[in-house]
Design a binder for this molecule. Sequence first.
Ligand SMILES: [Zn+2]
Length: 527
Amino acid sequence: MTDFHVYDTTLRDGAQQEGLNLSVPDKLAIAGYLDQLGFGFVEGGWPGANPKDTEFFRRAATELRLQHAVLAAFGSTRRAGTEAAQDPQVLALVESGAPVVTLVAKSSPRHVVEALHTTLEENLAMVRDTVSFLVAQGRRVFVDAEHFFDSYVQDPAYPVQVVQEAFAAGAEVVALCDTNGGMLPPQVFRAVTELRAVTDGILGAHCHNDTGCAVANTLAAVDAGATHVQGTVNGYGERTGNADLVTVVANLQLKQGREVVDPAALAQALHLSHAVSEVTNIPPVGRQPYVGASAFAHKAGLHASALKVHPDLYQHTDPALVGNSMRTLVSDMAGRASIELKATELGYDLTHDRELAARTVKRVKDLEQDGWTFDAADASFELLLREEVTGEPLQYFATESWRIITDSGDGREALSEATVKLRAAGRRVVATGEGNGPVNALDHALREALADAYPELAGFELTDFRVRILDASHGTDATTRVLIETSDESSSWQTVGVAPNIVHASWTALVDSFSYGLLKRGVQPRP
Ligand SMILES: [Zn+2]
């Protein structure tokens, strides 16, 4: 369906999200990812209103090589009582060079009178003049009818007039906006159905998520005849966000059979949505539909035994279609089936050795009793599994002892110093490391101690460290669980450690993280 528009506003409306700040290079990088997602239109910002956005369009002209997407500049209708050709804001839209200009137009009488301080007639003239001026300048003009649905529910007459005025002046698309995000799908469906009956132009939907219905409202608009959908990657946007465009596209494509983007692009959705998260520096949400890390993760033992036979029994779609994959979580809810399934996922076959499988299940259950969890620590689980399969632990070095001193005083920052004693590559090594905290110091000391035996460690970086106090009713006697994430240039992995002492728990997770990283690189132990 090449005449169906997928229009992304991550760089403009999405950037309104609290805590989200994009530089021009960030915006250029994200525009590249949006293009790879197969979206037809990328709204780059509001040139003229914002110097960063003006620069974005200037640099986009030479630095972006878009395969699918057409750039759109966002702006507003001319000011009241002026001419479009004289309005600097309108001229900046032309100067941006963007082939598409999207104009926000007021479609609610209250907003025209109370926010714009003008008359309803003048507002219609502003729509007419600005659209026809930009069309005469050779631009494709889209109009965002602001507060359309709120206004329509009150009285359809004026908002419908605004839409008709925009089409009559040459607008190619009118996107109906649920600006306050308060609509429900039946209201959207009804309004678009009624409007569809009185106009032939391309209708679109721009929905915010304040009722949790942004995606549902967008789909309702499509059901009623809209053929243009707006939204943002990862649902970014102010308040509760905009319609998540990846979810919208996946639903249209996988549930309704409308091919709105290239299936090969959709198969990159997880990778690209996470790549955008890297740029925005907002961690991906695990429960995000289709592309969340948990979107196809199964925990219950009962599900797992059925999943082994037929993955589609408990999945609404094939995760590969959006670049995701099924995962089994190893947890205390898990029976033998889910551990076998997890083992298969990691490349170990437990299905033919009942005794081995039973032994592994028992060990996992015992550890979970003590506060361990392998849900988020695949690497530690793989080391455990490997040990059960081979009958011996993987030992890259033999620890003799470790020790931490933390020193502080009046107004001085605390500084930790760690000493590690171990045997590796046939030698006894004593090394020290400093850090702003005990774990940091331990990480440095352990790297120092192993630097000669395992130079590969230099490529590992500790990227996340999370501490959870279990059994808090015991106060300081509580058990501590530490989760560590480590990365190298190609991947990242998670390990876990549990102990009454936080540094001890960290040490366990740290040793696992180094061992797993070395194992993955095919490094043989040099004890
Ligand atoms: Zn919006």
